[in-house]
Design a protein around this ligand. Structure first.
Ligand code: 5GP
Length: 192
């Protein structure tokens, strides 16, 4: 998606440890006109997928998922990061290793909002090693729901998540795929 690539070139900052900072338009301050264009594009890509629910993970996926949902006319459910889990049988849970914070945390979703019969489009801001996405896929599986597809705003193609998830046969579409980035020069190249 040209518009997103241009914005990453203009305002993205390459940090140490393979981190791309996009706080000025995506992860902290949010450019809603851009989110709207991304939501439209996700709809174009997945309009035929029979989506009846969008799922994401707090916090950064929520804004993008909500704007996309306006095109699909479906609800959004987000997996919550739980400090301590009190499993009362009403919650599905799994563990996810965080790329940015380098720790393992529990994520939960209520069985009330994800279940058999749901065809889920998973949306998230970034795909790096794929741990967050694999966790969401596990939750969908535990719920007995189906994955209609996965929509990612920015995939870092030089990390292994994209390949891992696509090899599972999941329909994965990323709006921008960063092929390489260099902390020293600040140069970012995209997959064509
Ligand atoms: P993964 O689980 O695929 O390794 O990482 C995905 C999650 O880590 C995303 O939900 C995102 O919050 C965060 N993340 C991974 N890489 C980056 C990055 O380069 N920049 C930012 N801002 N977040 C990232």
């Amino acid at each position: 998606m040209k518009l997103l690539e241009e914005r990453i070139q203009k305002d993205g900052v390459v940090k140490a440890g393979n981190v791309l900072k996009v706080d000025s338009f995506l992860n902290h301050q949010m450019d809603i006109a851009l989110f709207n264009a991304m939501g439209k594009e996700f709809y174009r890509l997945f309009a035929d997928a029979g989506v009846n629910k969008i799922m994401t993970i707090e916090a950064s996926g929520i804004g993008i998922a909500c704007i996309a949902a306006q095109y699909f006319h479906v609800p959004v459910v987000f997996a919550k990061k739980a400090q301590s889990i009190n499993l009362d049988g009403e919650m599905l849970s799994t563990k996810i290793e965080s790329f940015t914070h380098k720790r393992v945390y529990d994520v939960i979703v209520s069985k009330k909002y994800l279940g058999a019969g749901d065809r889920v489009l998973i949306i998230d801001d970034f795909l790096a090693n794929g741990c967050a996405l694999e966790g969401l896929l596990r939750l969908v599986d535990l719920a007995g729901a189906q994955v209609a597809g996965v929509g990612i705003a920015i995939e870092k193609g030089f990390q292994k998540g994209g390949e891992r998830i696509r090899s599972l046969g999941v329909r994965l579409e990323s709006l921008a795929i960063v092929e390489s980035m260099d902390e020293k020069s600040g140069q970012i190249t995209f997959r064509t």
